[in-house]
Write a protein that binds this ligand. Structure first.
Ligand SMILES: C[S@@+](CC[C@H](N)C(=O)[O-])C[C@H]1O[C@@H](n2cnc3c(N)ncnc32)[C@H](O)[C@@H]1O
Length: 438
């Protein structure tokens, strides 16, 4: 237990990089140890920053140390990154960044290392040239793992550097107005009255509002009343592209934490929606979100790849498959993903995605629509999956989306385009079998 921001930052970064835990798991627990909201925000900023710059922070340290600190001292190695990050990337006065970091070292049982840490931080302060990476390896130059850079370069020969640069940006806070509770224009007026700057830049998504500055969402107008949800506008396309209405049977087969299920019900509140997810714990978030927004669905904990264990025989008019994926489209929002995900994760994920797609396809009524979605930018999880599926399912037809480029299979949004997350959508229609009409 500690209430020192730098100690918590060093431990959190250690937990992610060395222990494989996600920041979304680690950070709230660390923040809970801090009373001051400014300290909570500082902790997040430092952790996100270290995740974004990790290879360069490591490279600077390796120029100043003969070898990294040994195993039991690893949290102190991360404390060094925390200290260097503050010196190079934050507007904290140098003397404060150095002295706070050295104090934190004492708390992390690094009494004998305070001199070394102090000396390293002072070298970084004095030698800006340590941060020259023009001729460094790509992983250091672009602050991403090599395997991911290679995949992106291969997939996007013209845009890979743009994708890597977008991943280094801070993601904006997007809201989705709950149109069952309030009209988006009235909600925008409530924001104006509260002195909160915003824009509504996506004409196709009138309910999407981008805040000029991130802020604690519980303090925004109408949080308790369920007037809005937090959701990137890229994800807000899902419910619209699914073409929902009140008379349909709809399946959201990978629904937790429920962002898209709730949006579907905001557009079609009387639709018969089954919200399914394999992870029962995550489903409690779905229940909470439905309750806060005043919406109703049938919530089931089950495996979408094995419908025989839960499906009761009624075909669906609409199916949303927001399948588990590499999440490589949302690295700007979750900068730790690049260190948690491994190249070897991609093939098993693709296999699971294809299984879910194939199994849920059986549950779709003739004439029905299935929307396949991922927050990935890797074609193996996206266009290649749909191409493969179309080759093996004669009753499936790709319904081109207005947003997709001619000749492409589905719509690939790259991170940063219109200030959105990276996302992929493909809409499939089930053809009636011979002799059947819809
Ligand atoms: C990308 S997230 C879904 C996000 C959600 N659609 C939303 O908008 O809030 C993918 C989800 O798939 C779930 N999942 C993974 N494997 C599954 C399976 N075999 N069957 C059902 N759900 C699965 C995960 O638990 C996770 O909640």
């Amino acid at each position: 237990m500690s209430s020192n921001v730098r100690v918590l930052a060093a431990r959190s970064c250690f937990d992610v990089v060395d222990q494989g835990m996600s920041l979304s798991e680690v950070l709230p627990k660390a923040q809970a140890q801090l009373a001051n909201p400014l300290d909570k925000a500082l902790l997040q900023e430092i952790c996100f920053g270290v995740m974004r710059q990790l290879p360069q922070l490591e490279a600077v340290c390796s120029q100043l140390m003969t070898k990294p600190l040994v195993k039991q001292l690893r949290p102190l190695q991360f404390l060094l990154y925390v200290g260097i990050y503050q010196l190079k990337f934050m507007r904290i006065p140098d003397h404060a960044a150095i002295s706070e970091t050295v104090d934190a070292a004492r708390e992390l049982k690094g009494q004998s290392l305070t001199k070394l840490i102090n000396a390293i931080l002072r070298s970084v302060q004095r030698q800006p040239a340590l941060f020259q990476f023009d001729t460094a390896a790509d992983a250091v130059k672009y602050n991403h793992p090599g395997w991911l850079i290679n995949r992106l370069r291969h997939a996007y020969p013209q845009q890979w550097q743009q994708v890597l640069a977008a991943n280094q940006q801070k993601a904006p806070l997007w809201l989705r107005v709950n149109t069952q509770r309030i009209n988006p224009t009235d909600y925008a007026a409530a924001l104006t009255r509260a002195g909160i700057e915003y824009s509504r830049p996506v004409a196709e998504l009138p309910q999407a509002i981008k805040l000029a500055q991130a802020q604690e969402v519980t303090t925004l107008p109408g949080y308790a009343e369920g007037w809005f949800s937090v959701q990137d506008a890229a994800a807000q396309y899902a419910a619209t592209l699914l073409q929902v209405n009140d008379s349909q049977h709809i399946l959201d087969a990978c629904c937790a934490p429920g962002g898209k299920s709730c949006h579907i019900l905001e557009l079609a509140p009387r639709a018969n929606l089954t919200a399914l997810d394999k992870d029962a714990k995550r489903l409690t978030r779905v229940e909470e979100n439905l309750a806060r927004l005043g919406l109703q669905a049938k919530v089931i904990a089950a495996d979408a790849a094995q419908p025989d264990s839960w499906w009761q025989g009624q075909l669906y008019d609409r199916i949303l498959l927001d399948v588990p994926c590499s999440a490589t489209g949302v690295i700007r929002r979750h900068p730790d993903i690049r260190w948690l995900r491994k190249n070897t994760d991609i093939a098993p994920l693709c296999q699971l995605q294809q299984q879910i797609l194939q199994q849920c396809w059986r549950l779709l009524a003739p004439g029905g629509v299935l929307l396949y979605a991922t927050c990935s930018v890797l074609p193996d999880e996206n266009s290649a999956q749909i191409t493969h599926f179309l080759q093996h399912n004669a009753d499936a037809r790709l319904d081109p989306l207005p947003q997709q480029n001619a000749g492409t299979v589905g719509w690939q949004l790259l991170p940063g385009e219109q200030d959105l997350d990276g996302f992929y959508y493909a809409r499939l229609i089930k053809l009636p079998t011979q002799g059947e009409t819809t």
